[in-house]
Design a protein around this ligand. Structure first.
Ligand code: PRP
Length: 212
């Protein structure tokens, strides 16, 4: 039997992804060893391989078939725009993609002024402002701590993930508009979906009753 290979987004979603697999009897014990520098883990008995990758790389591994299955946030799926099948909403990692900024930016947003929008998600930001709102904006790509941008005057607003809202609150920013809701999704390579249909369907069947 061929290996079925899983790419998991490291970080917030990884722990929950592993918990989910454990519930259906897929144990990757080595993966949980603290401080391990190993990148790929194998369960010989189940013919499963698993690796952790940077979230934004997960759709790439899956599109090219280096992984049959990926678990990654909807934000990354939207941003990367890869050719893959999104097969299941896993119900964890729930949060929202929002336009945020200081209260003072609300009016400028409303009056369709040419504002600057900082984001780790330039494609999502562009799609929202250009295609949904028909508003011309300047998009500035950042790689993290995006909340800084309106504080130091790099941009008027940001497009970023809001989970608890505490980052915004602690920095005097507010949600001004909601772009979409997000959560962890299972994605599948388009060829694997055909070649490994039975194993993948069985996996989905086992996971389905476990998600809220
Ligand atoms: C994410 C996001 C927000 C924060 C939202 O950042 O970009 O900054 O979490 O969470 P909250 O609403 O619960 O405060 P992350 O911690 O991934 O770091 P980064 O922005 O530096 O990439």
């Amino acid at each position: 039997m061929e290996y079925l290979t899983f790419a998991l987004a490291k970080g917030r979603l990884a722990k929950k992804s592993l918990e989910l697999f454990e519930q259906i009897g897929i144990h990757m014990d080595e993966m949980k060893e603290p401080g391990t520098r190993k990148l790929i883990f194998v369960n010989e008995e189940l013919r499963i391989k698993m690796f952790l990758a940077k979230a934004s790389d997960v759709p790439t591994y899956v599109e090219y078939g280096a992984a049959d299955i990926g678990i990654v946030g909807k934000d990354t799926i939207l941003e990367e725009g890869r050719r893959l099948y999104e097969v299941m909403d896993l119900g964890f990692g729930k949060c929202r993609m929002c336009v945020c900024g200081p209260e003072s930016a609300r009016e400028r947003l409303k009056h369709q002024e040419l504002i600057r929008v900082a984001s780790k998600y330039p494609h999502i930001a562009k799609d929202y402002f250009y295609n949904k709102k028909h508003q011309t904006v300047e998009i500035i790509k950042l790689n993290g701590s995006v909340e800084l941008a309106p504080i130091v005057g790099l941009s008027e607003v940001i497009v970023d993930i809001v989970e608890t809202g505490s980052t915004l609150k602690e920095n005097g920013l507010k949600v001004l508009e909601e772009v979409c809701t997000l959560s962890a999704r299972m994605v599948v390579n388009q060829v694997s979906m055909k070649m490994e249909n039975e194993r993948i369907t069985d996996l989905l069947y086992q996971i389905k009753p476990l998600i809220g």
